[in-house]
Design a binder for this molecule. Sequence first.
Ligand code: GLC
Length: 439
Amino acid sequence: MAMREEIGRIFDLPVPMIWKVVEAFHLDMDKGLAGEESSLKMIPTYVGMPTGGEKGDFIALDLGGTNFRVLKLTLKGGRKALEPVIMKFALEKKQITGTAEIFFDFIADSVGAFLEKNNLTGKDRLNLGFTFSFPIRQTGISSGILMCWTKGFETTGVVGNDVVKLMNEAFARKRIDNVKISALVNDTVGTLIAKSYEDPDCDAGVIIGTGTNACYPEELTRIKKWPALSGKKGRMIINIEWGNFDKLISTSYDRQLDEASDNPGQQILEKMVSGMYLGEVARMVLSDMSSKKEFACVSMPGLFTKGGFGTEYMSDVEADVTRGLDGVGDILKKLGCSQSSKEDRGLFKDICGIVSCRAARISAACIAAIVTRMDPQLENAHTIAIDGSVFEKHPTFAANMRKALDEIFGVKASLIRPVLAKDGSGKGAAITAAITAKK
Ligand code: GLC
């Protein structure tokens, strides 16, 4: 059992350590905003906050993983919107590993199918908000260059190029001529905009899903890498790209995972927090424990293969509260271990819990950093709009995040309200198109 305790210890993030993370996060935020070498890219987005008065019909294309969506949103003004009309599509391996042309043509075809189904083909010009959830160096509200792929994407010919230009070229090839991409946004930005359209207290957008990241509105005078803004009043949303934050204490399991990944040295926080990696971290711990004879389910083939244990299993394991952990036993069976003792089931559940709890506490630490950046004494209410499968579906993640915030801020913690902002990234892109169209 000693090893189980040791694992608990190395994955723990107690409050004093959280404050160190907050401090290091603030330093990297400053460096990123000053244009200095930093693990936080701090990307200016050219987008301010909505007023809630935006009106009209807008289209959005929401792409940030293998599933993507096209939607139409009607804004009524007065902070109200109709339920969006949505169509979902899925990218296949040939699109995420092939050429830019194959990739963007498939997306253009999907937009075409949406327009046709909703009787929008060839009609008046439609303003489209394009959510493209990868590290983009924005060069304007509707232009930006892909800095690198994340989340396993490898499509060639996109890194270093303007994704709006590539998308427009595909629209032209597919003869879609009534759509104008008027805003390019990150999913965190969409999530923030969508929530703050209805809730003026909302000032951070966070994604904890396949990938993880956050954004917040920053004072223009503090964006030092843009001298033209100095002295100007107002705020602009900054896409932090927090998934790349690298000042956390890592375990040997994290380092192993990073080395075996397709982007070693990058997205270090993402590899400890997001759905793409959590199952893999747990698998690494369990496979090490089984080699040290602490975990007896050695007949699981997935235990010793990269990607052999998906993060979705973690939710099921941790949701099992039966006495005999029968659900955990069933999952172990599915994974190839037909006979499991109660002890093994318990250990399996504990390890999943340790890994996901660390992820929740890291996210809370970074949210604490964002909030104290905007409001050092924590005097105002902050709604934190969060979307993503891990936050939404994992059975203990949201509660562990809340608990960590309570530990960090004590009685003042109630001023911070993390809320699920489902499908905000698409809606927010449409609202951003509206903000831009108004200008
Ligand atoms: C990755 C991307 C980032 C995105 C996040 C959540 O970290 O680099 O842009 O916001 O995933 O989808």
